[in-house]
Write a new protein. Structure first.
Length: 423
C-alpha cells in the first residue's frame, strides 16, 4: 500500500497531470492547496487499491476511474466544510458573492466540460457548451475584465444580440461575413443564456460562487416561430428541382426521407448504411442525447433510396448520404451541407413564402402526420422529443389549413342554411 501512496504522490507532482488526463480536474479541485495535499494522499491510500495504477509512475488505469471519483468525492466534501469555515466571514465573499475571477473561471469551466465528458454527455451538448464558453471568454478578454460578474454577463448577452456595424465582424472574425455582422436571432441568445445559467449553477454547487449572477438576469424573449409547412404544390416544385440538380438521385432520396420521417438534419447526416433496413422500410437513427429510435418510411421513399443506393456498393459503416463538395467531399454529408442543399433546391424551385430548410421539412412531416389522424403521443416518439410540449404545438397548429376548416364550420352560414332547408 505504501507503494500505491508513492505512486499517488508522483501522479500529483508529475507534469503529466496538466495534459489530457481526464482525472485532473477532479484531483485539482479536491486538493485546492498544497497544505491539504498530504491529507488528500492519506485518504487515497486508505480508499484506493493498487489496481488504480498500471505502473508506479502514476499512470491511472482507465477501469478504475469510478473508484477514483468515489474516493475523491469524499475528500472533496471534507474540503468543502473546511473551505466554508475559512471563508464564512471573508469580506470578499460577502461583498462579491456573485463574482468570480476570470482566470479562475477559465479553469473551472474546463472542469465543467471535463465532468460532462465523464458523464458521457452527447458530443453535440459538449460542443454547444464549449462554443458558448469560448465566446464568453473572448468577450471578457476583449474588454480586459479581471472579474466576471452580473454586469460582465449582461454586457456579453447584449453584445451577442445586438446588430454589428457592417464594417466590423462579430466574435473577432477576420472577415465581415453576413452571419458575423447581422443581428443574432433571439433564440440563439436565449441558448447562450441557458448554457451559461447551467454553468454558473454548477459553479455555485462546486462553491466557486455563493450566488449565480445569471439568476438575476432574465433570459431573452424568444417567441416561437409560426410553423409554416410546405404545401403539396411546393413539395412538387422541390422534387422537380432535384431532377435538374447535380446529384438528382441522392437529392430526391434526401427530400423524400425528410418528408417521410421528420428527421433532424444532424440525424439524417449521421445515418450509416448499416442503420438502414430497406426491406422493412425502417432506419435506426441516433438522436439528441445519444438516444436511438426507429423511424419508418413509405414505398415512394423506398424506391428513391433503392435507385440512389444502386449507384455504388456500400459497407455497413459508410455514411448513407455522401457529401459531394466542400472540405468534406467524399465523407458524410454535414448539417451545413444539407442546409445549403435544401436552400439551393428551394431557390431553383422558386418556392416563396416559406423558408426552405431541413427543419421546415420536419415541420411539414409533423403537421401532415397530425392532419392525417396521428396523435401527439406517437408524434413525440417519431420526432424524438422528450416531452409532449413541442408535439402539442403541432396539434394546436395543425390548422395550417385553418381557412378551409373555418369555412366548413362557419356558424352563421350553417344556421341560415339549416333554416332554408326547414322552409
Amino acid at each position: 500500500m505504501r507503494a500505491v501512496g508513492s505512486g499517488v504522490e508522483r501522479f500529483l507532482d508529475t507534469e503529466e497531470v496538466t495534459g489530457s488526463n481526464p482525472v485532473l480536474p477532479i484531483f485539482s479541485h479536491a486538493v485546492p492547496n498544497q497544505q491539504e495535499k498530504m491529507s488528500f494522499i492519506d485518504n487515497l491510500k486508505t480508499r484506493v487499491t493498487p489496481i488504480l495504477f498500471n505502473r508506479l509512475d502514476g499512470k491511472m488505469h482507465k477501469t478504475a476511474l469510478p473508484i477514483a471519483i468515489s474516493a475523491t468525492q469524499k475528500v472533496r466534501e471534507s474540503g468543502r466544510v473546511r473551505a466554508r469555515q475559512r471563508t464564512a466571514y471573508s469580506p470578499q465573499s460577502i461583498s462579491q458573492p456573485d463574482a468570480i475571477a476570470v482566470e479562475t473561471l477559465k479553469s473551472a469551466l474546463d472542469s465543467w466540460i471535463t465532468q460532462g465528458k465523464l458523464r458521457r454527455m452527447s458530443q453535440a451538448t459538449l460542443t454547444n457548451r464549449t462554443f458558448v464558453i469560448d465566446k464568453l471568454l473572448w468577450h471578457l478578454e476583449r474588454h480586459q475584465r479581471k472579474m466576471c460578474d452580473r454586469k460582465a454577463l449582461e454586457d456579453f448577452l447584449s453584445y451577442a444580440g445586438s446588430p454589428i456595424p457592417s464594417n466590423v465582424a462579430r466574435w473577432g472574425n477576420t472577415s465581415a461575413s453576413a452571419r458575423a455582422t447581422t443581428q443574432t436571432r433571439p433564440e440563439t441568445v436565449a441558448t447562450y443564456h441557458r448554457v451559461l445559467r447551467t454553468a454558473f449553477r454548477w459553479l455555485v454547487e462546486e462553491e466557486y460562487l455563493r450566488e449565480s449572477p445569471l439568476e438575476r438576469i432574465k433570459p431573452p424573449i424568444a417567441r416561437a416561430d409560426q410553423i409554416v409547412p410546405l404545401t403539396p404544390s411546393q413539395i412538387d416544385l422541390l422534387l422537380h428541382a432535384t431532377t435538374q440538380s447535380e446529384y438528382p438521385l441522392r437529392n430526391r432520396a434526401i427530400i423524400l426521407l425528410l418528408l417521410d420521417t421528420g428527421l433532424r438534419a444532424a440525424e439524417l447526416c449521421s445515418i450509416r448504411y448499416g442503420d438502414l433496413d430497406i426491406d422493412s422500410r425502417r432506419i435506426v437513427v441516433l438522436g439528441k442525447g445519444n438516444k436511438r429510435r426507429t423511424v419508418f418510411f413509405g414505398k415512394n421513399t423506398t424506391q428513391a433510396l433503392n435507385r440512389y443506393l444502386n449507384i455504388d456498393t456500400h459497407a455497413d459503416n459508410d455514411p448513407l448520404f455522401f457529401s459531394e463538395r466542400g472540405t468534406t467531399s467524399g465523407g458524410a454529408l454535414t448539417r451545413s451541407g444539407l442546409t445549403q442543399l435544401i436552400v439551393r433546391l428551394g431557390k431553383a424551385a422558386g418556392v416563396r413564402g416559406v423558408r426552405c430548410s431541413p427543419h421546415t421539412l420536419r415541420h411539414t412531416f409533423a403537421l401532415n402526420f397530425i392532419q392525417s389522424g396521428g396523435n401527439a403521443f406517437a408524434l413525440k416518439e417519431f420526432l424524438g422529443h422528450t416531452s409532449l410540449t413541442i408535439s402539442q404545438r403541432y396539434v394546436n397548429l395543425a390548422g395550417a389549413d385553418m381557412e378551409g376548416q373555418c369555412r366548413n364550420i362557419l356558424p352563421v352560414d350553417a344556421l341560415l342554411s339549416d333554416r332554408s332547408r326547414r322552409r
